[in-house]
Write a protein that binds this ligand. Structure first.
Ligand code: SAH
Length: 263
């Protein structure tokens, strides 16, 4: 049962305010509106759009407003970004949703486990769920920016939900896992270290790592896409904090120096 106390409500609201849904290159404005509705139904409000196909100024059209059915405020407040990393700025945990499993194995959670992590981690800072394009979903490079993949179990022969239907499943699970929904919340799922590296710090480290590996001749600039994704996955699994990242960057700088290149 949901609590009615003001303190519980305020705590739940603070968590909901730290969870953003990020839509990548959504083609249909109606789908953007329907996602806004699905979110607002469950108390979520932060919508971020990466290169919406109807255009940065045209996504809140009549079709979007009709499908939003009163969630116009979310559309008005939606942020628009040129890149996915920009839309993920400040996030300490990023989940990418996908109907398909990728060749490069990624840690996969079901919607309940994904929501449990989003909620637990949102007590400490910003978190995001990323939803992909209607036709092609998320690319491997986009998934590489995520800590986990979340997949809604489906009929294996017909696994792709409409993006707003998928958003609804995730938003509902988030609501079920708010602390107010008591029994389901598990604080042990959160990594509570206050100085966990953010998405942009991880990005900066990763760029530095790849530059160094190319510089010292370990990797080839033209052919390191798979290596790059594997290394991202490795460091996402490790979840380094800021001090640990600084140590690693110090090591990289020394390696570059030793091999005769500047960093
Ligand atoms: N053909 C695409 C499906 C795109 S559907 C693909 O295979 O990925 C649009 C978006 O809705 C997806 O990118 C994903 O974010 C979400 N979605 C649809 N079905 C899903 C499922 N079964 N599990 C998780 N996310 C799903």
């Amino acid at each position: 049962m949901r609590p009615t106390g003001n303190a519980d409500q305020a705590r739940d609201d603070a968590i909901l305010a730290r969870i953003r849904f990020v839509l990548v290159e959504t083609s249909l404005s109606g789908n953007i509106g329907a996602v806004a509705r699905a979110m607002k139904n469950m108390g979520l409000a932060r919508l971020a759009l990466v290169r919406p196909r109807p255009g940065a100024s045209g996504f809140a059209d009549a079709e979007a407003l009709a499908r939003a059915s009163g969630a116009d405020d979310l559309l008005q407040a939606a942020t628009v970004h040129d890149t996915l990393p920009e839309a993920l700025a400040g996030c300490r945990l990023v989940l990418g949703s996908s109907a398909r499993l990728r060749s490069l194995e990624w840690p996969v959670l079901d919607p309940a486990a994904g929501a449990a992590r989003l909620v637990a981690e949102a007590t400490h800072g910003d978190v995001a769920l990323v939803l992909g394009r209607e036709r092609t979903g998320l690319s491997n490079d986009e998934l590489a920016l995520c800590h986990f993949l979340v997949q809604i179990p489906t009929n294996p022969d017909f696994s792709s939900l409409n993006i707003a239907a998928a958003a609804q499943v995730f938003a509902y699970e988030v609501r079920c896992h708010l602390p107010g929904a008591a029994a389901l919340a598990d604080p042990r799922l959160a990594d509570s270290r206050p100085d966990l590296a953010t998405a942009e710090e991880m990005d900066g480290f990763h760029d530095h790592l790849m530059r160094t590996l190319i510089g010292i001749g370990y990797a080839d600039a033209e052919q390191c896409a798979t290596l790059s994704r594997r290394l991202r996955r490795l460091f996402h699994r490790a979840r380094p904090d800021r001090t640990e990242l600084n140590i690693l960057r110090g090591v990289l700088a020394k390696m570059a120096l030793r091999s005769g290149g500047a960093d």
